[in-house]
Design a protein around this ligand. Structure first.
Ligand code: FES
Length: 95
């Protein structure tokens, strides 16, 4: 359970709390390594923009509730976030 304030950036909160989400492009919305799935609270979030949607199309394990966590701004509601087991980056590192 991680405490966050509305307006916080999800990946920054996660990283600050020791949850290691990959962020190969340094949160510039230019990769897919920060892909997460929003299990609860998805509908309370701001919608993803076109750039994020294009990238998500390439993300491993894409789901309807997938988002790029560096583009995710925490709202008023609680969120349940799942981090997919393999990002593209982790897969390539394992080769
Ligand atoms: S860190 Fe690259 S898109 Fe989020």
């Amino acid at each position: 359970m991680i405490e966050a304030q509305p307006g916080d950036n999800l990946i920054e909160v996660a990283l600050a709390n020791g949850v290691d989400i990959e962020h190969a492009c340094e949160m510039a919305c230019a990769c897919t390594t920060c892909h997460v799935i929003v299990r609860e609270g998805f509908d309370t979030l701001d919608e993803s923009d076109e750039t994020e949607d294009d990238l998500l199309d390439k993300a491993w394990g894409l789901e309807p509730d997938s988002r790029l966590s560096c583009q995710l701004v925490v709202g008023e509601e609680d969120l349940v976030i799942e981090i997919p087991k393999y990002t593209i980056n982790q897969v390539s590192e394992a080769q």
